[in-house]
Ligand binder design. Structure first.
Ligand code: UDX
Ligand code: ADP
Length: 464
C-alpha cells in the first residue's frame, strides 16, 4: 500500500500548516483537514486564513481546491483516508486529578473514539499532537474496539515547527521523528516525508521514545531561556550585560549561540504546558526530584514576568497608578498572531492590578483576542470576573493602530514582542509626544539602547 489519501483531524496552528506542506510537496496525495469548528474551517477556505504565518498563504492558495481541502465532514474524511493524523489541542487540565499540570486528553480520546466508530478497513493513525508518553497505548486500546472490525497501526510523529517560522521549519526540518511498532507502517509515513526531506533526517524510534522526545525537546529549549533569564537577574545586580554574556558563552560549540536571548519570559502554547505535563508524569512515575527539577524552569519564567513589572513600578517612582503605558506587542513572539501564554498577558494583568492605563498595539493580534486573554487571566475560577476587575478591562485598556498612537501622552513604553517594525519607528517624534521622563522597558532587548538614549529616553532592557 502507498498512502494516497490523508485526513488530519484538527485545523489549528499545527494541523493547518503541516498538512498544507504535505499537500504542496506531495501532489499525488489527497489531503483533507477536518475540524469541528465551522468558523475555523470557513476561515481556512477564505482569503483571510485563521493563522498568520509568513509564507503560509501562498502554499494554501496553491493547493486548495486541488489536493488540499478544509471541511467539517469529519466522518467521510476518516472513512476514505489511508492515514489519519490526530492534531487536536491538548491543553493543561483545569479541573480534577492533575489540574494545572496534566494534559487534557479529552479531545484526543474523542478523535480516537470517532475513528473507531466510523473507520473501515485498515488505517494508519498518526499522533501529531504533543502527548504524554504512553498515550499511544490508550489510543490503541480504544481503536481495538472498532465497530466495523477495522484494524489500525498507531504511529507517533510529533511536530517540531515553531510559530512564525512554521513554513521554513516544515520545508527544511532538522529532523522528522516517527515512532511506531510495525516497520511497514512506519515506512508508509517515511515515504510521505521523503517527498522532500532527506532520508537521513527522518529518524525512526519506538513509540514511547518518540512521544517523550517531543516533551524533552520543549523542556530543554524552555530551560535554555529560563537559564539565560536567571542570569539576566544577576546581570542587573552586577553591571554585567546579559547579551554580552550570551554571546560569550554561545561561542562554545558545546553550548551554541541559539535560544540564548534573554526576554520578559517565554510564552506560546507549548513550553509551559509540556513542562507541566513532564512534571506531572515524573510525579506519577514516582520521581519527585526529577519533577521539581523541571518545575523550576516554569517558576523562573513566572519570576521573570513578575520581575519585569516590579522593575517598571520601582523605576517609575513606585507608582504606575493612572499612568498611561504603551504596550508594544501582545503576541508571544514576532511573526505570529498567537497569544497563548504570552508574557504580555501577565505583564498587562499586573500593570492593571497596579491601576495603570494600558494602550496596546500589536500588528497582528485582534482587540477581541486581547480582551479574551485578559478576561481569562483576571477571572477567579468558577466565580468569573469580579466587577472591580471588569472595570479595569473596560476603563483601563485601550487599543491603538500604531506604535506612535499607543505612545502619545504615555509615561512609558513596554516592548513585549520583538516585531521588526518596532525598531524602525521615529523615536525622536515618539519621545516628543510622551510625558517626561519618558521610559522604555524593552522586554526583548530589541531596540537599540544608544538610539533611544540619544532621543532622550530613559532605557531599561533585560539583564543590564
Ligand atoms: C516551540 C518549539 O521551538 C517548537 O520546536 C515546538 O514545536 C513548539 O514549541 P514556539 O512556541 O512556536 O515553538 O516558539 P519558540 O520560538 O520556541 O519560542 C517560544 C518562546 O520562547 C517565545 O515566547 C519566545 O519569545 C521565547 N524565547 C525563545 C526567548 O525568550 N528567548 C529565546 O532565545 C528563544
Ligand atoms: P495546535 O496549536 O495544537 O494546532 P489548536 O488549538 O490551534 O492547537 O488547534 C486544534 C484544533 O483541533 C482546533 O481547531 C479544534 O477545534 C480542533 N478539534 C478539537 N477537538 C476536535 C475533534 N474531536 N474533532 C475535530 N476537531 C477537533
Amino acid at each position: 500500500m502507498s498512502v494516497s489519501k490523508i485526513c488530519c483531524i484538527g485545523a489549528g496552528y499545527v494541523g493547518g500548516p503541516t498538512m498544507a506542506m504535505i499537500a504542496h510537496k506531495c501532489p499525488n496525495i489527497d489531503v483533507k483537514v477536518v475540524d469541528i469548528n465551522e468558523t475555523r474551517i470557513a476561515q481556512w477556505n477564505s482569503d483571510t486564513l485563521p493563522i498568520y504565518e509568513p509564507g503560509l498563504d501562498e502554499i494554501v492558495k496553491g493547493c486548495r481546491g486541488k489536493n488540499l481541502t478544509f471541511t467539517t465532514e469529519i466522518d467521510a474524511a476518516i472513512k476514505e483516508a489511508d492515514m489519519i493524523f490526530i492534531s487536536v489541542n491538548t491543553p493543561t487540565k483545569t479541573f480534577g486529578v492533575g489540574a494545572g499540570r496534566a494534559a487534557n486528553l479529552e479531545y484526543v480520546e474523542k478523535c480516537a473514539r470517532r475513528i473507531a466508530e466510523v473507520a473501515e478497513g485498515h488505517k494508519i493513525v498518526v499522533e501529531k499532537s504533543t502527548l504524554p508518553v504512553r498515550t499511544a497505548e490508550a489510543v490503541k486500546r480504544i481503536l481495538s474496539n472498532a465497530s466495523n472490525g477495522s484494524t489500525f497501526d498507531v504511529l507517533s510523529n510529533p511536530e517540531f515547527l515553531a510559530e512564525g517560522t512554521a513554513i521554513e521549519d516544515l520545508l527544511d526540518p532538522d529532523r522528522v521523528l516517527i515512532g511506531g511498532e510495525r516497520k511497514e507502517a512506519i515506512q508508509e509515513l517515511v515515504d510521505v516525508y521523503a517527498h522532500w526531506v532527506p532520508t537521513d533526517r527522518i529518524l525512526t524510534t519506538n513509540l514511547w521514545s518518540s512521544e517523550l522526545s517531543k516533551l524533552t525537546a520543549n523542556a530543554f529549549l524552555a530551560q535554555r531561556v529560563s537559564s539565560i533569564n536567571a542570569i539576566s537577574a544577576l546581570c542587573e545586580a552586577t553591571e554585567a550585560d546579559v547579551d554580552e554574556v550570551a554571546a560569550a558563552i554561545g561561542t562554545d560549540s558545546r553550548i551554541g549561540p541559539k535560544f540564548l536571548k534573554a526576554s520578559v519570559g517565554f510564552g506560546g502554547s507549548c513550553f509551559q504546558k509540556d513542562i507541566l505535563n513532564l512534571v506531572y508524569l515524573c510525579e506519577y512515575f514516582g520521581l519527585p526530584e526529577v519533577a521539581q527539577y523541571w518545575e523550576q524552569v516554569v517558576r523562573m519564567n513566572d519570576y521573570q514576568k513578575e520581575r519585569f513589572v516590579s522593575r517598571m513600578v520601582r523605576t517609575m517612582f513606585n507608582t504606575v497608578s493612572d499612568k498611561k503605558i504603551a504596550i508594544w506587542g501582545f503576541a508571544f513572539k514576532k511573526d505570529t498572531n498567537d497569544t497563548r501564554e504570552s508574557a504580555a498577558i501577565y505583564v498587562v494583568r499586573d500593570l492593571l492590578l497596579e491601576k495603570a492605563r494600558v494602550c496596546i498595539y500589536d500588528p497582528q493580534v485582534t482587540k477581541q483576542q486581547v480582551i479574551q486573554e485578559l478576561e481569562y487571566v483576571l477571572s477567579e475560577g468558577d466565580n468569573g470576573i469580579s466587577p472591580a476587575k471588569r472595570e479595569l478591562i473596560d476603563n483601563h485598556v485601550t487599543f491603538a493602530s500604531s506604535c506612535e498612537e499607543a505612545s502619545s501622552d504615555a509615561h512609558a513604553i513596554a516592548v513585549l514582542t520583538e516585531w521588526d517594525e518596532f525598531a524602525e519607528v521615529d523615536f525622536g517624534k515618539i519621545h516628543d509626544s510622551m510625558k517626561k521622563p519618558a521610559f522604555v522597558f524593552d522586554g526583548r532587548n530589541r531596540l537599540k539602547q544608544k538610539n533611544l538614549v540619544d532621543s532622550g529616553f530613559e532605557y531599561h532592557g533585560i539583564g543590564f
